[in-house]
Design a protein around this ligand. Structure first.
Ligand SMILES: [Zn+2]
Ligand SMILES: [Zn+2]
Length: 232
């Protein structure tokens, strides 16, 4: 069955090759962004290993030294800048679920390049039911699904619930963001693993990831990584 599926996928790629999401030119099979565009994507340089903040000479940033987040490490594939930001907006606000594929694959490539601390499961950041009803899907699940498949790591989607509907974070200050998401996650089934990688589209202040990692760590001795497509 698996062989049949692989043959089918190969045939599909031959008759309907990938077009690059960025330049719209024909791309290599299985690559939704072409290599020449990948080379020009906005990378995160010398980030804080804890929160992924760019340009800290690779040292733990002041904020993490003062008040370390509940997650242990961050891997951010890109900075939140064009064209990555547009792909994310297409997914979240234009409802184009196919945009999750380039994001999930690029995130997988970035993580694979680091090559250490492989997690036991990937856990997308849950959305509240009300937001899922409005958007129709959870963008983090769509991205994580692609990443999990590429890296062959199990996906965990039902272990944590977003118990409280929170205001959108965009307009809030850091302390307001922290207050806004505090206690908003409910661990319904603590995963029986050691290493968890949380997956989200964007990390801005890290407050959401912090709240989710803290909720998990109240239920077990987990090592928690934060994997995001873009770091604002
Ligand atoms: Zn391209
Ligand atoms: Zn930091």
């Amino acid at each position: 069955m698996k062989i049949l599926y692989n043959c089918l996928e190969f045939t599909l790629q031959c008759i309907a090759p990938d077009y690059c999401r960025v330049c719209r030119q024909r791309s290599d099979p299985g690559r939704p962004v072409c290599l020449s565009c990948i080379r020009r994507l906005p990378r995160v340089t010398h980030p804080c290993p804890r929160c992924g903040l760019p340009e800290t000479d690779g040292r733990v940033c002041g904020r993490c030294q003062g008040k370390p987040p509940a997650f242990d490490q961050t891997i951010a594939a890109f900075r939140y800048a064009e064209p990555v930001s547009s792909i994310i907006c297409t997914l979240k606000y234009a409802g184009d679920v196919s945009a999750a594929r380039p994001l999930g694959l690029l995130l997988a490539d970035c993580v694979a390049a680091r090559g250490r601390g492989r997690p036991d499961i990937l856990m997308p950041v849950p959305l509240h039911t009300r937001r899922i009803m409005k958007r129709g899907f959870n963008q983090s699940i769509e991205i994580a699904r692609v990443t999990a498949k590429r890296l062959k790591i199990p996906l965990s989607t039902g272990a944590v619930r977003r118990a409280r509907h929170t205001a959108a974070q965009q307009t809030l200050s850091l302390s307001e963001r922290r207050r806004n998401v505090r206690e908003c996650f409910d661990v319904v089934r603590p995963p029986r693993v050691r290493r968890i990688a949380l997956v989200d589209d964007v990390m801005t202040s890290g407050a959401t990831m912090d709240a989710l990692a803290a909720a998990l760590k109240r239920h077990g001795d987990y090592e928690v990584q934060a994997w995001v497509c873009a770091r604002a």
